[in-house]
Design a protein around this ligand. Sequence first.
Ligand code: URA
Length: 435
Amino acid sequence: MVNMYDLILKKRNGGVLSASEIDFFISGYTKDEIPDYQAAALLMAIYFQGMNSRETADLTMAIVNSGSQIDLSAIPGIKVDKHSTGGVGDKTTLILGPLVAAAGVPVAKMSGRGLGYTGGTIDKLESIPGFNTALAPDDFIRQVKEISFALMAQTGALAPADKKLYALRDVTATVDSIPLIASSVTAKKIASGANAILLDVKCGSGAFMKTSPEALTLAKAMVDIGRQVGREMLAVVTDMSRPLGHFIGNALEVREALATLREEGPEDLKELCLTLGAHMLVLGKVASSYTAARSRLETILQNGEALRKFKDLVQAQGGDPAVVDNPDRLPEAGIKQEVLSSRSGYVFAIDAMQMGRGAMLLGAGRMTKDQGIDHAAGLELKKKPGELVQAGEPLAILHTNRAETLADATAAITGAFTISDTPPEPVPLILETVE
Ligand code: URA
């Protein structure tokens, strides 16, 4: 008879857990039969002793089986999902979704809200007046059949064990463990029903994984789970040492995504979307090679099909479609204040994490689960790494409706910039690809 004491002891001493032992833990914890203190002790033992790839895959499937799974089989074609391990100013889904859907890959995507720094994809979409992210499963599937694209908030019915475990990990210093992150991320994606999954593993100051070797280890752990459980997965490690694009904050990021879909956006964002999108087309078997996929996506971006697909999405989900042609209809902050550089030089680095913190202070993110978000709040970067700045020139513009946050946010943003006499070495955006 399995019991929690023996599982904790076994893992603490470096043992390997069996599939049935892992199932016992996950199903017992989900049903409140195992107390938090024993679950926390096991998580800490896993944190220190790790898990082999078989244990990690078993943990993933135990988390998947803790709840329901979405059945996307009614939608023809290979359904390809994408997940990013989170980054500051990461609005790629808003561009990638319509781009890939316009190229013929059905995108049935469930997304989360953000906690902590900036909002998640769902928060960003909700800055569009009227946009409904709470679709019923049948409507979600019908919409993907009709327009190849739907985006909804993840429901609590999927991977409930992950929700409980993540909350416990958050308060027991056990979030940053490779097997725990890999199983948490992939379980939610597997439960969401896609046939193939592209993982964008972020690396740098604004991400969970601060260094390239750590990010690569996480990427390999996730692709390995896919191989073991029979879901095709491909991971790309991308730079998150600086924010993506120029805007951080929900409505501001929708604006920047629309500009990118109109071919008027920043190069780094476009490059990332074309790279990730091309991999998705290959995974979805609508392109024979990465190069062919990329040139197809460039055409779809240039001829406006991707922008039209975004408009279709907004219309289908009850949002104001006029926002797409006129982004001034998005909420706008009452206060806009510049943050000035105190010296001249090159922008050497921007700490993405600090930028995220600044945006959160202004109202763009939540400090607690139940806190409301101000869709208009956020910030605009006027300078990115490698650019020259003169003393007194703006580094960023703060957007907020909460005047009382300006002093703290200004301090956070000023502290996020390192100005130097020499420019930094350029950092590639795409660091590794794991197939
Ligand atoms: N994101 C997740 O979904 N899970 C983790 O464990 C870490 C990041």
